[in-house]
Design a protein around this ligand. Sequence first.
Ligand SMILES: [Zn+2]
Length: 179
Amino acid sequence: MPANIRAGDVMRKSVVTVSPGDTVDKVVDAMVDLDIGSVIVSERHKPIGIITDSNLLERVFSKHKDPRKMLAEEAMSHPIRTIEPDTDLEEVTRIMRDLGVKRLPVASDGRLVGIVTETDIIAVSPALFELARELTELRLGYTGKRSGTYTGVCERCGEYSEDLRSVEDMLVCPECRGA
Ligand SMILES: [Zn+2]
């Protein structure tokens, strides 16, 4: 693990969020449309939970619950552990291992600013570079529609927006896309 690399260096600034009162079908739509494995549940920009693909399998689909009637707050894992942008990657890896999670939201002063996934950490570890390259190629090969409007953190400027749209495969706010 390279020294002095911090969460802020490898985090994805594009984070899709939903409100606790949103229905689970909205979460499913976002995950499928954007080809992402999780969304953060947030209240006034503060992350309060996370819904991952395994949450959906365990809490919704395997129990035959109706995603149109179930709320995000019922499907999410919480409380959520967040890390700071300056948390170093060894610490991030240790927290992931201790909690048995593959993703950690990054918050600065309690405000969501990004997310670090296990894949992002693998990408900066030289021993696993080849695997990361393969994963990246798989990701780039994705040709989803990414046509919706999402709430979360703009991938370009890092500001929170309720009107993120996909431009050149980045989720960006109205200002960054010149709207
Ligand atoms: Zn922006």
